[in-house]
Design a protein around this ligand. Structure first.
Ligand code: NAD
Length: 481
């Protein structure tokens, strides 16, 4: 059985205590590799390497750092197929999704921040009759990046690219459920000419190695993407140590459909925004609100399409949905479907496992599920399910749908479908979310701020926001009058 290794100080090394965890392939339900069960000793080893590397990396010219990150981006692109196959096998997502979304986006993340840093500038403030302030923005030192399993390399690179571009050394931990592409990244970084110790990739459980990263006094900032409960715990640990914190957490996003929308475009996008990546994208619109005059028309058209959606093994070119990420996660999603029934919901389609044959008979496949008849404030409509499950709710007025949309503890993203310009602006203004899409979904410009409000997180990633997060501003006033 293949054993993955940590990447520390430019080398692949076994975990110090020699402990490993099983890594499952979601499409077969079988263990296919072992990953290091690292702990605080491995974190200390990585911190030692990063401390040694920091003066070299932070003092290197921006152009040189940028060139190394561009080569890293190109290195992933050159191994596109290897990364695509690995991501799909590790996560259960269709190969086509990894090939069109996950890995190209990881390539773009490195390229974007490699070039963004060469345009990064800081402010100066002239004071009449006194002099001038200027603001230095220096790297923080060693930073920790912790990422989830749903978009493994995509989100891993979204954090470490700006951290590295800004001149920090990084200790990064991918999810223990999907470690493989992060494991492959070490050798690409090495080939790109990244100095040893600049990027260290540790594997293992959140409660051990993740916690040790958060608690280490020499790690100055934590950029975390994952569940709201984990974010809460990390905030409790890191805040008293005065670490910088960026927390990208859960969501329960509304998809609001007005009767005047472009119906066909809305319908095909809503299929994606509901079920892409088996519904395991923090930005998926899991609560669909439909203006009453088109409720029945939408319901019929949508349910027909969902019922015809092919759920299959990841390498099947017909597969629109693959496997969900793990057995416990599948059980959690099924338990929410049971809860929805108890809360009075009607399952319009799905609600059950998809049983595949042969090698895939033990895989974690679920039918995409549409539920109606639930109150907007029941648990099914308030708690994050993070799977291929959506609810349909009719509405009559803007005020009513806004109140329902804003009723959850979350506030990550929202989608609004209308051809009415003033209404689109009004709704976008009132909705409690960090990201609003009007007449589209998941269209991303990497320069824009990305993140959520309320229990969906603290801080923003993306563009200058990320570069500012990973640097410390220092203001200098020169008095010359
Ligand atoms: P999770 O919180 O269980 O784990 C995320 C990461 O944190 C993993 O690497 C895990 O090992 C680590 N971790 C767990 N406990 C830890 C601890 N005590 N200390 C340090 N690290 C710890 O989340 P998940 O199940 O991997 O991911 C799904 C969640 O992520 C969903 O809630 C989803 O909405 C959210 N998410 C949010 C965004 C966003 O941008 N807001 C993007 C993707 C996913």
């Amino acid at each position: 059985m293949e054993k993955l290794a940590n990447f520390i100080d430019g080398k692949y090394v076994a975990p110090i205590k020699g402990q490993y965890i099983d890594n499952f392939e979601p499409a077969t339900g079988k263990v296919y590799s072992l990953i290091p069960n690292s702990d605080e000793e491995d974190v200390q080893m990585a911190v030692n390497a990063a401390e040694k590397a920091f003066p070299i990396w932070s003092k290197m010219s921006t152009e040189e750092r940028s060139a190394i990150l561009v080569r890293l981006s190109e290195g992933i692109a050159a191994r596109m197929d290897e990364f695509v196959q690995a991501e799909s096998k590790d996560n259960g997502k269709p190969v086509s999704l990894a090939a069109h979304v996950d890995i190209p986006r990881a390539v773009s993340n490195f390229h974007f921040f490699a070039t963004a840093i060469t345009h990064f500038s800081s402010e100066s403030h002239y004071m009449d009759g006194i002099g001038v302030n200027f603001t230095l923005r220096k790297p923080l030192g060693i930073v920790g990046c912790i990422s989830p399993w749903n978009l493994p390399l995509y989100l891993f690179s979204w954090k470490i690219a700006p951290a590295l571009a800004a001149g920090n050394c990084v200790i990064a931990k991918p999810s223990e459920i999907t470690p493989y592409t992060a494991y492959l990244l070490g050798k690409v970084a090495k080939e790109a000419g990244m100095p040893d110790g600049v990027l260290n990739i540790l594997h293992g459980l959140g409660g051990s190695v993740g916690d040790a990263i958060v608690k280490h006094p020499k790690i100055k900032a934590i950029s975390f993407t994952g569940g709201t409960k984990t974010g809460e715990y990390i905030a409790r640990t890191a805040a008293p140590m005065f670490k910088k914190l960026s927390l990208e957490l859960g969501g329960k996003n509304p998809n609001i459909i007005f009767a005047d929308c472009n119906f066909e475009e809305m319908l095909s996008t809503t299929l994606r925004s509901s079920f892409a990546n088996q519904g395991q994208i923090c930005l998926c619109g899991s609560r669909i609100f439909i203006e009453r005059p088109i409720y029945e028309k939408f319901k019929e058209a949508f349910v027909n399409k969902v019922a015809a959606t092919v759920v299959s093994y990841p390498s099947d070119p017909q597969a629109k949905l693959g496997a969900v990420v793990s057995e416990p996660h599948m059980e959690k999603i099924l338990s929410y479907i049971e809860l929805a029934k108890k809360e009075g919901g009607t399952i319009l389609t799905g609600g059950v496992k998809e049983q595949l044959e042969g090698d895939y008979e033990k895989g974690y496949f679920l039918r995409p599920t549409v539920i109606e008849g639930l109150a907007f404030d029941c648990r099914t409509n308030q708690e994050e399910i993070f799977g291929p499950v959506v609810t349909l709710t009719p509405f009559d007025t803007e005020e009513e749908v806004l109140a329902m949309a804003n009723s959850t503890q979350y506030g990550l993203s929202a989608t609004i479908w209308t051809e009415n310009l003033t209404r689109a602006h009004r709704m976008a203004d009132e909705i409690q979310a960090g990201i609003v899409w009007v007449n589209c979904w998941l269209v991303r410009d990497l320069r824009t701020p990305f993140g959520g409000v309320k229990a969906s997180g603290v801080g923003r990633e993306g563009g200058l926001e990320a570069l500012r997060f990973f640097t410390e501003p220092k203001n200098v006033l020169i008095k010359y009058y």
